[in-house]
Write a protein that binds this ligand. Structure first.
Ligand code: ASP
Length: 322
């Protein structure tokens, strides 16, 4: 469990709040070929409801963030868990991370192929291991040994993702033929899911899970499983990012938001926007979600859309794409 450190410094009665995302990107019309817009709204709403139920019952932010991500990992339309994009070789490689702001403890897995809920693997690394990040087959083995449920490749397969891989591979060959610049081809919707939560005790937590980028190769890992880049939480803020991971890694994006809030005293929204502006200046696309200890939230993105939602206990649920 996540002990209640630093509580005395936090607001007396914060309103428990949850913010989620299901990825940012161009969100072109073809994304809706297999799953309708209403289906995405339903998926976001279900994740929001599941996480908020934890908070409404007085549960910890860490559990609420994890629960919301688990629901999104089960939805085949999001690029995490079931429905994850394919790597170049035709298999999935899943990344996830989770952090408790009250304790500073964190866990992550990268490049796992068998965990039904990679975020549960990240939580087990946080709770039971002496490490922060486990990768590859070792991570699969460790997490399965700790009781994290596994699933066969068929569980993760969707026809849409398979077709996207074939299209990306074709584009790679074209890129090689014409400009000699082989490399990963990004999905129109970059994907990834995440959640940040503030609980009734003032504790913050962040969680992120992804299949990464379509047609990724050579064991490529993005920002999502990297504490400080794709996920971060402390006593003041919790952040989960989505987008072109290499850019978020170079800017150590999630930690940069926290540092701006702590050292510059910037409001949460301004800090998030400043970091996203820097990422955009370097050509990076994506977005992030954040909540602070006072219950302020921010959900900026610089893409055509970002699947997102937020709700405070006792308040209305809001979900949006564009
Ligand atoms: N950030 C993820 C990655 O680069 C992808 C995404 O968020 O869509 O692996």
């Amino acid at each position: 469990m996540c002990p209640d450190l630093g509580r005395a410094k936090l607001p007396a009665m914060p309103i428990p709040t949850l913010v989620i995302h299901g990825g940012a990107g161009l969100v072109k019309a073809h994304i809706f070929a297999e799953h309708q817009e209403a289906d995405y709204h339903a998926g976001l709403s279900a994740a929001l409801a599941a996480g908020l139920a934890v908070l409404a019952a007085g549960g910890p932010a860490l559990d609420a963030a994890q629960r919301a991500v688990e629901v999104l990992e089960d939805h085949p339309g999001f690029n995490a868990g079931r429905g994850a994009v394919y790597a170049h070789e035709g298999h999935i490689e899943l990344d996830a991370s989770i952090m408790c702001g009250a304790t500073g403890r964190a866990g992550a897995v990268a490049g796992v192929r068998t965990l039904r809920h990679p975020i549960q693997g990240a939580r087990v690394v946080l709770e039971r291991s002496a490490h922060v990040l486990l990768a590859g087959a070792g991570a699969d083995t460790y997490c399965a040994g700790q009781g994290v449920a596994t699933a066969p490749p068929a569980h993760f397969h969707t026809d849409l993702r398979w077709q996207q891989l074939q299209a990306a591979k074709t584009a790679d060959r074209i890129a090689l033929d014409h400009d000699g610049a082989p490399g990963p081809v990004t999905d129109a919707k970059l994907g990834t899911v995440g959640a940040v939560a503030l609980d009734a005790a003032g504790r913050l937590a962040a969680a992120t899970s992804t299949g990464g980028m379509t047609n990724k190769r050579w064991g490529r890992i993005g920002d999502s499983p990297l504490i400080g880049a794709g996920t971060f939480a402390d006593g003041r803020v919790a952040i989960s990012c989505t987008g072109h991971g290499e850019h978020f890694m170079r800017h150590v994006a999630a930690h940069a938001v926290a540092q701006r809030v702590e050292l510059l005293g910037e409001p949460l929204g301004a800090a998030c926007q400043a970091v996203l502006d820097r990422i955009e200046a370097g050509g990076g696309l994506g977005g992030l979600i954040a909540v602070d200890a006072g219950g302020a939230i921010a959900l900026p993105f610089n893409t055509g859309g970002m699947f997102r939602g937020h709700q405070a206990v006792g308040g209305p649920a809001t979900v949006a794409i564009w």
